[in-house]
Design a protein around this ligand. Structure first.
Ligand SMILES: NC(=O)c1ccc[n+]([C@@H]2O[C@H](COP(=O)([O-])OP(=O)(O)OC[C@H]3O[C@@H](n4cnc5c(N)ncnc54)[C@H](OP(=O)(O)O)[C@@H]3O)[C@@H](O)[C@H]2O)c1
Length: 261
């Protein structure tokens, strides 16, 4: 056996790494934060509601030995994303990992959603993701390494009716990920995306139990069920770790088989 094949599970170790996770106060972001902390990473949770962020950080701190902080920022504002990156540098001295999980969804037929709704979704999911990538890039370049993981969606890969703001935004995240991956790979910064299927987070509470969810969302998966929050953790740990050092611009689906068709 060659020496190259030996590292195995150790490649997933994130000890001493510093991560920023936007949308880290709840849902998939919080689950991924727990996943990274369990693998040894220090984590800064970022969201707008300072109280919820602090509470989430407190709960994670009680469960893991690593340093867990929260930082309040609106990712649609460039100055706030820059302050976010600076705060992580001040706290950790480096930024190794950025997970862009902050996102919103406004549903409805195109003649019922408003131009303001469309702009809101694009502002958070596209502009906000781009601004966070932009804010950490100089530090990662200086460090000579980095990992950026964007939360796209199955709905960045396939369509669904009554979702034009969201599908447009997630399609953009897919292409932003590919373009940025090519741009930053020469700097040893690997950019990839996770495309989750349906998880029953706050975002999906309004559609839980509806005929639409039964037939076209949960029903679109091969497993016929919602994902469990723990089921997003492996993908995040993997893409953040050395084990993914040959992953560039990938769309990693964690979707119960929705897009396997
Ligand atoms: N759940 C799913 O089934 C699913 C499927 C595919 C993709 N995704 C994607 O996965 C990501 C996480 O989704 P989720 O289900 O975990 O959502 P969630 O439970 O609704 O959480 C959204 C998070 O984003 C934060 N956020 C929203 N707007 C923000 C802003 N302008 N600035 C900073 N933070 C902001 C929220 O905190 P504050 O409100 O306090 O700011 C919260 O922490 C999203 O990008 C979503 O599109 C989810």
């Amino acid at each position: 056996m060659s020496k190259e094949t030996l590292p195995g599970i150790k490649q997933f170790d994130l000890s001493g790494k510093a991560a920023i996770i936007t949308g880290g106060s709840k849902g998939l972001g919080l689950a991924m934060a727990a996943g990274l902390a369990s693998a040894g990473a220090n984590v800064m949770l970022v969201n707008r509601n300072a109280e919820e962020g602090a509470q989430a950080a407190k709960e994670l701190s009680a469960a893991y030995k690593t340093k867990i902080l929260s930082f309040s920022a609106d990712i649609t504002q460039a100055d706030q994303t820059e302050a976010m990156a600076q705060a992580a540098m001040d706290a950790f001295g480096q930024i190794d990992i950025l997970i862009n999980s902050a996102g919103i969804n406004i549903r409805g037929p195109i003649d019922e959603v408003t131009p303001e709704d469309f702009n809101k979704v694009i502002a958070v999911n596209v502009n906000g993701t781009w601004l966070c990538c932009r804010a950490v890039t100089p530090y990662m370049k200086k460090n000579g390494s980095g990992r950026i993981i964007n939360l796209a969606s199955t709905l960045g890969l396939v369509g669904l009716a009554n979702r034009t703001p969201y599908t447009a935004s997630k399609g953009a995240v897919v292409q932003m990920t590919r373009g940025l991956a090519l741009e930053l790979a020469p700097f040893n910064i690997m950019v990839n995306a996770i495309c989750p299927g349906p998880f029953l987070t706050e975002m999906n509470v309004p559609i839980a139990g509806t005929e639409e969810a039964k037939n076209f969302i949960v029903g679109a998966t091969a497993l016929g069920r919602w994902g469990e929050l723990r089921e997003i953790q492996g993908a995040a740990i993997f893409l953040a770790s050395d084990a993914a050092s040959y992953m560039v611009g990938s769309m990693l689906t964690v979707d119960g088989g929705w897009t396997a068709k």
